[in-house]
Design a protein around this ligand. Structure first.
Ligand SMILES: [Zn+2]
Ligand SMILES: [Zn+2]
Length: 138
């Protein structure tokens, strides 16, 4: 079993999986998440900064929850999160629909790409010469 310092509070704790924070901080973060979620349900049009200020969470943490698709900006919200590829505002996840589609296509193209052409058979110059010579004789 691994022991490491919690990234959040610095206390030593036993690592069960690959977690970076201790169970207490994890629980606190989970409570915070529920709080933010509830806040967003009541205030669906609030900005990230507003949510961060009102709930005492970092903007970074909120964005991480959005990236993890645990939080979704509401339809009417003016705010969102930037697509990691083109920077367009999206409501959840990491990429906009367009970039997601492009990525799927790119992947598909890569898979569909024809194989390199087979090397041409060496031209049999000798045979052709013989043919031409015989043709000239006619
Ligand atoms: Zn901790
Ligand atoms: Zn995009």
């Amino acid at each position: 079993m691994n022991v490491m310092n919690c990234k959040s509070c610095g206390r030593l704790f036993n690592v069960m999986a690959n977690e970076k924070i201790c169970p207490a901080c994890k629980q606190a973060l989970e409570d915070k998440f529920q709080e933010v979620k509830r806040y967003l349900e009541e205030n669906p049009n609030s900005s990230v900064e507003q949510v961060a200020n009102e709930n005492d969470v970092s903007v970074k943490q909120i964005k991480q929850w959005v990236r993890e698709e645990r939080l979704i900006f509401s339809e009417g919200s003016l705010q969102g999160i930037e697509c990691e590829s083109c920077g367009k505002m999206i409501r959840t996840g990491r990429f906009c629909d367009e970039c997601k589609a492009n990525m799927t296509n790119t992947l598909k193209n890569a898979l569909d790409r024809p194989k390199a052409p087979e090397p041409k058979k060496p031209v049999r110059d000798g045979d052709r010469m013989r043919f031409l010579q015989s043709g000239m004789k006619d």
